[in-house]
Every structure is written in C-alpha cells, then in structure tokens.
Design a binder for this molecule. Structure first.
Ligand code: AP5
Ligand code: MG
Length: 208
C-alpha cells in the first residue's frame, strides 16, 4: 500500500503515520525527519535545508524531489510506504506521480488555532524521535522519553512566529493538493480534531 498523509502543522501526520507503518509493516518516510537528521549531522543538504526550515519556508522543490526519489529507490519501500509531509506542492506531486503509483491520500484536517495549541505542547526525543504532547500524549515521566529516558526537546521551528509562517505556506502551497488528488479520486478527508485514538479509528476505517 502506497499512502500519503498530509495536513496542517501539528495535525498528527507523524503520530498517525507511525501507527500505519506498524500496521502495514511499511516504512514511515517523513521529509521533515530526514531534513532534521541531515541538520543534526551537518550534511550539505542539512545546511541548505536549515536556512528555509528555520524561517518557516518550504525547502526548494529541486532538493526535496531529489531526496524523495533517492529514498523511494531504496529496497524497503518496494512493498509500500507512508509518505508524511511529501508532497507539499503541485510540482512535488507531479514528480511523485512520474516514479510511483499512489493508492490513497489522507488529508488530516485541523484548524489553525488547534495547530498552534498542539505545537506549543509538543516535545520530542532527540534520540529516537518519539513525539509526545505535554497534555494530550504525555510521557510517563516528566519530560523524559518513555523508550530511551532522554530529556525531551522542543523543535526549533515550533515558535509561534515560525508556526504562523508554516501555516501560511500550507494554505497557499499545499492545500491545492486537495483538488489535485480529488481529480485522481484518491483523496480521503479525516477530521484531525478529536483525540489521537479517534483519529486512528477514522483512518483505519478508510484504509483496511
Ligand atoms: P515537518 O516536520 O513535516 O513539519 P510540519 O508539516 O509542520 O508538521 P509537524 O511535524 O509539525 O506536525 P505533524 O502533523 O507531524 O504532527 P505531530 O504528529 O507531530 O516539516 C518541517 C519543515 O521541513 C517544513 O516546515 C519545511 O520547511 C520542511 N519540509 C518538510 N517536508 C517538505 C517538503 N515536502 N517540501 C518542502 N519543505 C519540506 O503532532 C503534533 C503534536 O500534537 C504532538 O505533540 C502530538 O503528540 C499531538 N497530537 C497529535 N495528534 C493529536 C490529537 N488528535 N489530539 C491531540 N494532540 C495530538
Ligand atoms: Mg511531523
């Protein structure tokens, strides 16, 4: 199964993609996570991407398209994948259509107000990448990862100013994908506002 999950900042793409990846035993491919790994390791790609990510802008299509083509050519994605955060522009979607067939596209919708609330409380593990929310999905022990016991961190692009810019980009550049995938009869809208297990339930009903 080749699945895309997209939606506004904090809609739960990463949270729900993890669940789907386990369910179908397919890789969860997040362009945001790949960029952050490259930033941490100070690669050439990471240094270039950081300039954009820190300002809440999209990384240019040429870099992102190359990255995803390379990733999808790896053997683990041959039996399916869940793409989280790619595509975010029409040219990215067109480039994807030239290399793979997509089965389903999940749009997880939340309001802009909810995005800001969610990202303000998000914490993630610097070691394993596990994502928590201080109120909605708290770690067992105060701000420590349940799996590696590392102190959780706040993502650098999760400041209110940068979140607002990211949301603007989403509405302008990514929302046109709704019509793009409606025209291909692949678009499924999920209400991302309820608690995490309820959103998972809706997704499970759509993707059997
Ligand atoms: P990326 O890392 O993809 O960031 P994003 O799109 O802003 O999305 P987030 O990761 O912030 O949110 P999410 O939807 O995954 O939510 P999460 O599950 O964490 O991209 C970062 C940057 O990289 C971009 O801004 C761009 O610069 C660049 N980039 C990436 N891909 C690119 C591309 N294709 N082209 C160009 N540039 C690209 O959940 C959020 C919080 O809410 C968590 O705390 C979670 O526990 C909680 N939560 C989740 N679901 C619920 C729920 N139902 N109820 C209550 N709380 C919930
Ligand atoms: Mg994410």
């Amino acid at each position: 199964m080749n699945i895309i999950i997209f939606g506004p900042q904090g809609s739960g793409k990463g949270t729900q993609a993890e669940v789907l990846a386990k369910k179908f035993n397919i890789p969860h491919i997040s362009t945001g996570d790949i960029f952050r790994d490259n930033i941490k390791n100070q690669t050439e790609l990471g240094n270039k991407a950081k300039e954009y990510i820190d300002k809440g802008q999209l990384v240019p299509d040429d870099l992102t398209i190359k990255l995803i083509k390379d990733r999808l050519s790896q053997p683990d994605s041959k039996s399916g994948f869940i793409l989280d955060g790619y595509p975010r522009t029409i040219p990215q979607a067109e480039a994807l259509d030239r290399v793979v067939d997509i089965d389903k596209v999940l749009e997880v919708w939340i309001s802009d107000e909810e995005s800001i609330t969610r990202l303000a409380g998000r914490r993630s593990c610097p070691q394993c990448g596990a994502v928590y929310h201080l109120k909605f999905n708290p770690p067992r022990q105060d701000e420590k990862c349940d799996k590696c016991n590392k102190t959780l961190i706040i993502r650098e692009d999760d400041t209110e100013e940068v979140i607002k810019k990211r949301l603007e980009q989403y509405h302008r550049q990514t929302e046109p994908l709704i019509e793009y995938y409606q025209n291909q009869d692949k678009h499924l809208k999920i209400d991302g506002m309820p608690p995490i297990p309820e959103v998972t339930k809706q997704i499970n009903e759509e993707i059997k």
